[in-house]
Design a protein around this ligand. Structure first.
Ligand code: ADP
Ligand code: MG
Length: 693
């Protein structure tokens, strides 16, 4: 249970002054639904209102705070003319200028004869000083309240900055003083403030330097965030380690048959990855290993051989895929090989219901069925194994820790292999897995040719489509990708449908369409037709992003390439260049491109090395967006910026490991404080694990 001291922070934002139901929506979109979320909504700029000249000495364009006397109201002759309020000080006159004034609020706020402190940007016209819509107008005796350095927050439409600032102030006010959870030696060495002081600091930047990721208060809060991430992962890992693993060491009989049935030789890196996996499986501890290999590097066959080992050892194996399409594709790839080896294999997705599903579950339960491929349907309750030894999760970044764990929990001491084609930079990997063993497939299978990648403005779209004519005549198969931006799936779908119509008009019936809103059967049919060669062009939203394998496809067209993450573009591009024929990728972009966008697309033209692409993307864009997909399953940080705080992450990992070694139950005073920190950062799952022992 969350300690009561934190309750005010975990109240809804509507508990803050000025935040009603209507504004709560805007605040939630910006920061989150709870008071605590506002603490991490940090300023991105500041306005210095400390400058207090006189009317005669105020410089054109400056932000100033002035104390003035209200002289008279000069209302416009028509509603569109500006409403001016003439004011004075000992040195001269100025006008406060307002547009679209309704009612009499100005008469109330600025009564003639009153002394007012005002703050805002001034301009000088024909010698007359003007201030258009002052940011602040308060009674003169409240001058001190506005003569400050004001933080500027990321904003959203419909939320007045003042309201947000006030709400954030109130949120800070609700933050209790908590016992220090960081090592005092670290605080001293880094000159970091205590938690509450750091919060106050980051929300009251004194100068530009205080906004930097390297300002002590920001570093402190970033470290807290990274530490809670690392500590939660370390706790999960420690718990898993304490559960004994199984030693699964097969006799190689099934593996030999599979390898003999392959139409190719395994690459060197496939062999060494497999050796690493087999060694882990043979050990009596639980395997937690990541198999990382660029798109097309041949992870599937490595997975199959590892699963064969589990079966040889007398157990069962499961392969979890993120989408229906992928699960089906894996099934189709594995089935002929399994048949050669005499391994019984089944497919289970959300579409399997009733008798068929019952039959599969029954055979899993008796251990009769050795190998199963499926989607989330595998993780559900009621899916029980006789002896699950190895769980493999494909395209891991699509799944959360919870699903990964749920599958592993379906057996005793299950070995876990996660596979990803997304080249996750080292720093991001740490945040997602903590310390995990990694096998990399660095070689591409023999015979692959480089993909010719070009960038073109969208205006050339019709030329591009025309150009496909020749390619189709020579038997090429083409993917045409339309972006999916999740804010407006409707609109995007319309774009894909429209593109499909256009291309069908040009090329006739041999143009297909797949998207996420389609009935699964319809989508499968289109994919299958494309794979078989019954379609020349497949128009798709990003549903085809992961894993789809049609070696005959050689052209990839991507519309609005600038809207995609680099890693995502790399993945999409990886759908072609899988056979021995020469492939190309056309990135259509909306001109004009900004500098960063240009640099990003340039990287894709320069290299096909997924790791380099990911590192460059991290450098250009910062951590959170590298995967280009919001449902990435990787943690998102509010304060920490992985591009700037990589060093802190490494420290946090060591710190977390030390803590778990010394005090896994978090019972010491520092442990207790850290437990509170975990609550603060929503790491409740890890705490639950602590409770369950
Ligand atoms: P990914 O790592 O993207 O999942 P796949 O496992 O789908 O890659 O493999 C991509 C393609 O490469 C498949 O058609 C597969 O049959 C083929 N392949 C895998 N390993 C080799 C190899 N050693 N030599 C040649 N082709 C291979
Ligand atoms: Mg794959």
């Amino acid at each position: 249970m969350r300690p009561n001291t934190l309750n005010p922070l975990f109240a809804p934002i509507t508990s803050l002054p000025g935040i009603g139901q209507r504004l709560a929506k805007a605040v939630e979109k910006l920061a989150g639904p709870l008071v605590v979320d506002l603490l991490w909504h940090l300023p991105v700029g500041l306005i210095d209102r400390r400058h207090q000249p006189h009317i005669s000495t105020a410089a054109d364009g400056a932000i100033v705070t002035l104390v003035v006397r209200v002289e008279r109201h000069l209302k416009g002759h028509n509603p569109r003319a500006p409403y001016k309020v003439r004011c004075s000080d000992a040195t001269g006159f100025m006008d406060l200028v307002f547009f679209n004034v309704r009612g009499d609020y100005l008469e109330k706020a600025l009564p003639v004869g009153a002394m007012r402190a005002i703050s805002g940007r001034v301009e000088r016209y024909d010698g007359m000083l003007n201030m258009v819509h002052p940011d602040h107008m308060v009674p003169a005796e409240e001058l001190a309240q506005i003569q400050i350095v004001e933080p500027v927050y990321p904003m959203t439409a419909g939320l007045p900055p003042k309201v947000l600032r006030k709400a954030i102030e109130a949120a800070i006010g609700k933050a209790p003083d908590l016992a220090e959870w960081l090592d005092p030696a670290l605080l001293a060495q880094r000159r970091w403030p205590a938690w509450h002081a750091a919060l106050t600091d980051v929300h009251h930047p004194a100068d530009e330097g205080a906004l930097s990721a390297f300002a002590p208060a920001r570093q402190r809060l970033a470290y807290d965030e990274l530490l809670s991430n690392q500590l939660a992962l370390a706790i999960v890992r420690a718990r898993n380690k304490r559960k004994a693993g199984r030693a699964s060491k097969g006799d190689g009989s099934l593996r030999r048959k599979i390898v003999a049935a392959l139409p190719y030789q395994l690459t060197g890196s496939q062999k060494s990855a497999l050796d690493e996996i087999l060694a882990d499986m043979a050990a009596p501890t639980r395997m937690l290993r990541l198999l990382q290999g660029d798109v097309g590097s041949g992870k599937t066959v490595v997975a199959l051989l590892a699963m064969a080992n589990a079966i040889e050892a007398g157990g069962q194996a499961a392969l979890l895929a993120p989408t229906d399409i992928l699960a089906r594709q894996h099934f189709a790839t594995l089935e002929p090989l399994c048949a050669k080896a005499g391994i019984d294999l089944a497919l289970l997705t959300g579409r399997d219901k009733g008798k068929a599903r019952e039959a599969i579950l029954a055979r899993l339960g008796t251990g009769d069925l050795k190998l199963i491929v499926g989607t989330h349907a595998l993780v559900q309750e009621g899916v029980d194994f006789a002896d699950l030894r190895l769980a493999i999760v494909d395209e891991q970044h699509r799944f959360g820790v919870k699903q990964r764990q749920a599958l592993a929990d379906k057996g005793a001491g299950v070995d876990l292999l996660v596979m990803t084609a997304t080249p996750i930079p080292r720093t991001l990997m740490l945040t997602a897995y903590g310390d995990i063993d990694v096998s990399k497939l660095t070689e591409k299978p023999a015979g692959r040719q480089p993909i010719d990648t070009r960038t073109l403005p969208l205006e050339r779209l019709h030329d591009v489509a025309e150009g496909l004519r020749r390619a189709i005549a020579t038997g090429a198969r083409i993917y045409w990708i339309c972006p999916l931006v999740d804010e407006s799936e409707q609109v995007d779908l319309a774009a894909a449908t429209e593109r499909h119509r256009m291309l069908a008009q040009m090329f006739g019936a041999r143009v297909g369409l797949v998207h996420g809103r389609q009935k699964a059967a319809e989508r499968d049919a289109a994919m299958a037709a494309f794979a078989k060669g019954d379609l020349d062009i497949l128009v798709a939203t990003t549903v085809i992003e992961v894993g789809v394998n049609v070696p005959e496809a050689t052209i990839m067209v991507i519309e609005h390439a600038e809207r995609f993450g680099l890693a995502q573009l790399h993945q999409l591009r990886g759908r072609v260049g899988r056979g021995s024929a020469k492939s190309s990728c056309l990135l259509l972009y909306q001109a004009p491109l900004g500098e960063t966008a240009k640099a990003r697309l340039q990287i894709l033209r320069e290299t096909e090395d997924g790791f380099r692409i990911a590192e460059e993307d991290l450098r250009l864009r910062g951590g959170g967006e590298v995967l280009g997909t919001r449902q990435s399953g990787l943690p998102e940080f509010r304060v920490a910026d992985l591009a700037a705080h990589g060093e802190l992450l490494a420290m946090a990992r060591d710190d977390a490991q030390l803590m778990v070694d010394r005090d896994l139950a978090l019972k010491t005073p520092r442990g207790e404080a850290l437990r509170l920190m975990l609550y603060l950062f929503h790491q409740d799952e890890a705490i639950k694990l602590l409770a369950s022992g």
